[in-house]
Design a protein around this ligand. Structure first.
Ligand code: NAP
Length: 320
């Protein structure tokens, strides 16, 4: 089979398409014929060797994929050959024609959801769901600012928050990104490249501030966020690429809080809830993963370059 291999940490050019044996599922494992693999920003940090988790080399990147069960190991009862599934992590890596996964790492892919969309589920939608439901404790009638609403996590968060009954404000940095955020459910959108856009956001809340901020670029925005958040508001730091200075007094006056967030810390019970919630949303049509770009597996290097560039439109996926 063809798979992307990383033999040394480094720039996007270390992603090489190679021919490797198709793995065999052991007891409790499944073999998935991958049709599409999602490209997440953290895949690039891991490839560069700068991420908290450093996989042993060589490795195949990717946690998010969608495809069809090709084989099952002894004792597997959850799925059978021919089932359509999406993955939430794999054992052997998602950027490949086949991947091994533990039985509990695969989940049914609803008929309405195509493979490219299924590849954009776990990290973006899991993050958005966990951030809103568990980290922020969001509830209907609150206002959320999705600070970075055009990318993978942002479009997912807009759809989920809208379905939960929140008022959704979203930002993006291009006209197309603003259009997508609006189309996916944001009540109002703001251009985060425009000088002074924060004042427009505050105005949109009647100067009360927002209840929740899902922050995709904290090093740029956190100081402003402390002034955009309302009384007892919660800033959830999902994305960050550097250091930032804030004035804690802004938080004190509002009794507001900043929460560090990671999807990796979830409990099995939270993960079970997330998948149940996501599958229900896909089935009832409130969740519709946005795939902005499909590239062949051989173009993984290009995908890693582009996923870090401005102008996000939902997900970039590799078609296998
Ligand atoms: P993505 O698809 O590449 O999207 C990036 C988003 O950030 C786009 O909406 C982009 O908007 C926006 N952005 C760019 N400049 C911004 C600014 N100045 N202010 C606000 N937003 C800005 O990435 P993603 O998959 O959505 O992930 C977003 C971030 O969260 C990444 O840093 C990722 O590593 C992180 N993340 C963390 C976790 C976790 O567990 N903590 C999980 C998933 C993702 P434009 O392109 O329109 O400018």
């Amino acid at each position: 089979m063809k798979a992307i291999l990383v033999r040394e940490f480094g720039g996007p050019e270390v992603l090489k398409l190679e021919e490797v044996p198709i793995p065999k599922p052991a007891a409790g494992e499944v073999l998935v014929r991958i049709h599409a693999a999602g490209v997440n920003p953290y895949d690039t940090y891991m490839r560069a060797g700068t991420y908290a988790q450093k996989p042993p080399l060589p490795y195949t990147p990717g946690s998010d994929a969608a495809g069809v069960i090709e084989g099952i190991g002894e004792g597997v009862e959850k799925v059978k050959e021919g089932d359509r599934v999406y993955t939430a992590q794999t054992l052997s890596g998602a950027y490949a024609e086949y991947a091994l996964a533990r039985e509990e790492q695969v989940h049914p892919l609803p008929a309405k959801t195509n493979f490219a969309q299924g590849a954009g589920l776990w990290v973006p939608y899991g993050t958005a769901y966990h951030a809103l439901h568990h980290a922020a404790g969001a509830h209907a009638s609150e206002t959320v600012l999705v600070h970075g609403a055009s990318g993978g996590v942002g479009t997912a968060a807009v759809q989920i928050a809208r379905a939960m009954g929140l008022t959704v404000l979203g930002t993006a940095g291009t006209p197309k990104g603003l259009e997508i955020a609006k189309r996916e459910g944001a009540h109002q959108v703001f251009d985060h490249r425009k000088a002074g856009y924060q004042a427009e956001i505050l105005q949109a809340t009647g100067n009360h501030g927002v209840d929740i901020i899902l922050e995709m670029l904290a090093n740029v925005n956190l100081s402003h966020d402390t002034k955009l958040i309302g009384n007892r508001g919660r800033v959830i730091v999902i994305g960050n690429r550097g250091e930032v200075t804030i004035n804690p007094r802004e938080l004190m006056a509002r009794r507001a809080s900043i929460h560090g967030f990671t999807l990796w810390g979830i409990t099995p019970a939270e993960e079970a809830e997330i998948h149940a919630g996501l599958i229900a949303g896909l089935e009832n049509g409130t969740l519709r993963p946005v795939v902005g770009k499909e590239l062949p597996l051989a173009e993984a290097t290009r995908a890693h370059n582009e996923v870090l560039e401005p102008g996000a439109i939902g997900k970039i996926v590799l078609v296998c």
